[in-house]
Design a protein. Structure first.
Length: 534
């Protein structure tokens, strides 16, 4: 599936049409990602509305490309630069196409400058939550938002009013906090963050009132259709579910809950421990461990993983080997339970990236072999999300009551901590990796940063450094905590955290994990690096 639009060539147009079919829509929106750390929240906000929003590369996509795609509307995100000093790459002719545009912060300033309005450095910058005064709450963008509402501001530049610019809202230090010019709309605040209470309404108004969109992904209808199909397929037989605690397998769990009418004797979930994150295990116990409609079993497969991975350093071979343990555990547990089916949260994108094709069965290049594809179980598989992409799967989950914390947890690679440990996998470095991950995620949550990043983890290197712990010199491992902001994982930037946050993380890791001698921070984004190290 297409992840980020870089041109409207034949292949891209075919992939967009394919995804439209999955989403049951003929409409698409474009999100030009200009580098804000909140960009992924814009994509998520659009997904919650049930519209198809395609992330778009502003440095490559031209007005001619946009014409070929024919979007209902365009969103420009915020970003870290000033349009009058270092404007981001963007084809301004896109603003002349007559397609409704919603510019957020930098995106607003970009179209304002293109249309001849001055953008200057503010005497009083705005960071944090401010009160927005709406001049006309019957305007299409602000319908349902009231007269005053808190919004999150994060900008040092402002737009000067000029003839033809209709100012819709202001804050104490920003006279032009929202405005429109012909088909171009802009807000200086960030509607994508939870601090902006009217944010969801602003996006809804833009998509459906201003752009005239008609299609929302029919998540509830799709969910109940899938439930009916599962009920008919399963009957009175038993199902074993591979449950990781992420959005996909959690959604499948809830689909099975309703398909089996809450009969816990038919549904057993297996959580495989060993190369997982402690945060995932805690979440699975919390949300599934005490339900009467599902029986949860945690299987510690550490020894199996260690045995099959013994002596192996090649990352690709590691991925292949862990699949065998994963398959064996599920096969054995299905046999013990007397299950006729093994269910997984496999997505269409997993199948596509693993080299399988479109509906017609055409082969594709293998991007990476997923752990949940092509395992050839001896019992039938249930893959109710295999015709869905990530955000439509999430929408199905929301429609049937899957807790939001499960739907928005950070992505985690199928091979787990195996790809976060350099070199040979041992019991010692697996234990270290779990401890470090637990510390890092805990600190992210405590600092309110977890939901502001796309993904985070810790790399355990094989390198050692001289260090002092106590009175003498010793040696300790070099470890690298990392976090990235991203919209969809196709590209990513290193997350920017306060120094005191990194200080706390480094202190805890060196104090609480005796084997660690040095904590380093990774600064590289994707490209040139990948999000995971291997």
């Amino acid at each position: 599936m297409i992840r980020t639009l870089v041109s409207a060539d034949k292949k891209a147009v075919e992939e967009i049409a394919e995804e439209m079919k999955i989403r049951r829509t003929t409409e698409v929106f474009l999100l030009f990602s200009l580098g804000s750390q909140f960009d992924h929240l814009i994509a998520m906000a659009m997904a919650k509305l049930g519209v198809f929003c395609l992330v778009t590369d502003p440095s490559k996509v031209t007005a001619a490309d946009v014409i070929k795609i024919s979007p209902k509307g365009i969103i420009l995100s915020g970003g870290p630069v000033s349009v009058y000093k270092d404007p981001p790459p963007f084809d301004g002719k896109i603003f002349d196409l007559g397609i409704p545009v919603l510019g957020i912060c930098l995106g607003f300033q970009l179209w304002a400058q293109y249309k001849g309005f001055k953008v200057v450095k503010s005497d009083k910058r705005e960071f944090g939550v401010h009160e927005l005064t709406i001049h006309n709450n019957s305007s299409a963008l602000f319908q349902g938002c009231g007269d005053r509402t808190p919004v999150l501001e994060s900008h040092g530049d402002r737009i000067i009013y000029g003839e033809g610019l209709e100012v819709m809202a202001e804050t104490e230090n920003c006279p032009v906090a929202a405005a429109n010019y012909e088909h171009l709309l802009g807000v200086q605040f960030h509607p994508e963050v939870s601090d902006t209470e009217c944010g969801p309404q602003v996006f809804d108004n833009f998509c459906f009132k201003i752009c005239g969109a008609k299609d929302r992904f029919p998540a509830k209808d799709v969910a109940w259709k899938k439930i009916a199909e599962l009920r008919e397929q399963i009957g009175d037989r038993k199902v074993l579910l591979a449950l990781s605690g992420g959005s996909d397998s959690s959604t499948v769990a809830y689909l099975l809950k309703y398909a089996l009418d809450g009969r816990g004797d038919q549904l057993r979930a297996v959580y495989i421990k060993g190369i997982d994150r402690p945060d995932d295990e805690r979440r699975v116990w919390e949300y599934f461990g005490h339900q009467n409609w599902i029986e949860l079993m945690v299987i510690d497969a550490t020894e199996g993983f260690l045995a099959t991975l013994a002596g192996i350093e090649d990352p690709k071979v590691k991925r292949i080997c862990m699949r065998e343990v994963y398959r064996t555990v599920l096969e054995e547990e299905a046999k013990k339970f007397g299950a006729s089916f093994i269910a997984q949260g496999t997505l269409y994108t997993d199948i596509s990236e693993s080299g399988l094709g479109y509906d017609i069965g055409a082969q594709k290049a293998q991007i990476k072999l997923h752990h949940n594809i092509g395992l050839n179980f001896t019992v039938s598989e249930l893959l109710p999300l295999s015709d869905q992409v990530k955000d439509t799967g999430r929408d199905i989950g929301r429609a049937i009551g899957v807790p939001e914390i499960l739907l928005t947890s950070h992505p985690f690679p199928g091979p787990g901590l195996v790809v976060r440990i350099s070199g040979i996998i041992t019991a010692s470095n697996l234990k270290i990796a779990r401890q470090l991950d637990s510390i890092f995620i805990e600190e992210l949550r405590k600092a309110g940063l977890y939901d502001k990043v796309w993904q985070a983890g810790v790399r355990v290197t094989r390198e050692k450094t001289t260090c002092t712990k106590g009175d003498g010199a010793t040696s300790g491992l070099i470890v690298i905590p990392w976090a990235v902001t991203s919209v969809n994982g196709f590209t990513a930037q290193a997350a920017r955290f306060p120094e005191d946050f990194w200080d706390r993380v480094a202190q805890r890791m060196t104090n609480e994990v005796p084997e660690v001698g040095c904590v380093c921070e990774r600064k590289s984004g994707k490209p040139p690096a990948t999000i995971e190290f291997e």
